[in-house]
Design a protein around this ligand. Structure first.
Ligand SMILES: CCCCCCCCCCCCCCCC(=O)SCCNC(=O)CCNC(=O)[C@H](O)C(C)(C)COP(=O)(O)OP(=O)(O)OC[C@H]1O[C@@H](n2cnc3c(N)ncnc32)[C@H](O)[C@@H]1OP(=O)(O)O
Length: 194
């Protein structure tokens, strides 16, 4: 046993999340963090191509249309793909907090099946921060932004520095990312702008 706490409930001394003063304004689109990201990158033909928008406070919204390439059972979205959509939407919250954070724990409830061609209306919100941990929650609704919940997730994201990716990513992609001034500028700005 490591002694590490992986509970999804924030500890008593957690603090409310604070929207960064330079966060995108409510309604503004949050760009992709990486061209080849399966969740948000434009360079992945079968990716989800999520385009998140900043909401009020520390929240985001996004839409995802389920494609044939996303099936698990005939005509239905694969659960892992739906979890990815929630994960990606939750990951966008880092842009409002202006931190780079990765998923530590993601607990997903699959409430309703989601047919191919359905638009999943996603909403994510940061609830609390404790040290490097960000406690957050997300829903995916069908039939409209106020429609019934089809999937729901609670998560803990953990703040990391750019070095997390440099130390762990495959060399060829890291080198390409480091050679892209826009990619480096965005990532480093998050580090020096607490
Ligand atoms: C050049 C490149 C440019 C890059 C440009 C930027 C790219 C911007 C990318 C954004 C991407 C988003 C995309 C979507 C979201 C993903 O899909 S992210 C990918 C999936 N996630 C991962 O790969 C994470 C893998 N896990 C890890 O690397 C490590 O376990 C972690 C999560 C970083 C934690 O390790 P660590 O840094 O050693 O932290 P550690 O000291 O163990 O724990 C710190 C705290 O977090 C808590 N914690 C740790 N793990 C967990 C857990 N699983 N559950 C709950 N709490 C936990 C600990 O209990 C501890 O709490 P306290 O003791 O402080 O109270």
């Amino acid at each position: 046993m490591s002694g590490r706490t992986t509970a999804l409930t924030p500890p008593g001394d957690a603090v409310p999340p604070v929207r960064h003063p330079e966060a995108p304004a409510p309604g503004e689109t949050i760009g992709s963090h990486y061209e080849h990201c399966f969740g948000c990158g434009g360079g992945q033909p079968h990716g989800l191509h999520l385009e998140a928008r900043a909401g009020e406070g520390v929240s985001v919204t996004a839409e995802f249309r389920v494609r044939e390439a996303h099936q698990g059972a005939p005509g239905l979205a694969h659960g892992g793909v739906l979890a990815t959509a929630l994960d990606e939407t939750l990951g966008s919250l880092g842009w409002l907090l202006r931190v780079i954070a990765v998923t530590g724990r993601l607990e997903t409830d699959f409430v309703r099946p989601v047919p191919v061609d359905t638009v999943l209306h996603l909403q994510a919100e940061a609830l609390a921060v404790h040290g490097r941990k960000i406690y957050c929650t997300a829903t995916g609704r069908i039939g409209g932004p106020d429609g019934p919940v089809a999937v729901q997730a609670d998560a803990v994201f953990v703040e990391v520095k750019v070095d997390h990716f440099i130390a762990n990513g495959r060399k060829q992609e890291i080198q390409a990312a480091l050679a892209d001034p826009d990619q480096v500028k965005v990532a480093r700005a998050f580090e020096v702008n607490p």
